[in-house]
Design a protein around this ligand. Structure first.
Ligand code: FES
Length: 135
């Protein structure tokens, strides 16, 4: 008897609407922060070199929370469990054991409020980047 293949993980597409998740003051330079959207999806907010991005908080390797990992100086987000690394803007895999990119969500600012929208389009091994510069 053969076992069924493990399903390929992909996070939800996110709502069609932009949802407020945090204020800029909650996310200092060089840090990451978990927020749960009103729709229930967990996102990992990243502030790197003055720009904010929002990625899925669920590692594509074995679903560990990315916000428990580290943002490294080269702009990669490292999972705390097995060390997979992803580009913090495009979700592209930069270090195994992850094989699939980390989904990226559209992000925008309204005043001091960070809003997260639908998932960006996946292009080959990464997602279209969406960042907003902190004024
Ligand atoms: S769960 Fe993230 S690297 Fe394994």
């Amino acid at each position: 008897m053969t076992s069924a293949p493990r399903p390929v993980f992909d996070s939800p597409a996110g709502g069609a609407e932009f949802e407020p998740v945090a204020s800029v003051a909650d996310l200092t330079e060089g840090t990451i922060l978990q927020r749960v959207r009103p729709s229930g999806d967990a996102v990992c907010l990243v502030r790197y070199k003055g720009e904010i991005s929002a990625l899925s908080d669920i590692c594509t390797h074995q679903h560990f929370s990315m916000s428990l990992g580290d943002l490294l100086e080269d702009g990669t987000l490292q999972c705390a469990w097995h060390g997979a690394r992803y580009d913090c803007r495009s979700g592209e895999v930069k270090q195994v054991p992850a094989a699939a990119p980390l989904p990226v969500f559209q992000v925008r600012l309204e005043g001091d409020t960070i809003l997260v929208g639908p998932r960006c389009e996946r292009i080959d091994g990464k997602y279209e980047a969406s960042t907003v510069r902190v004024p």
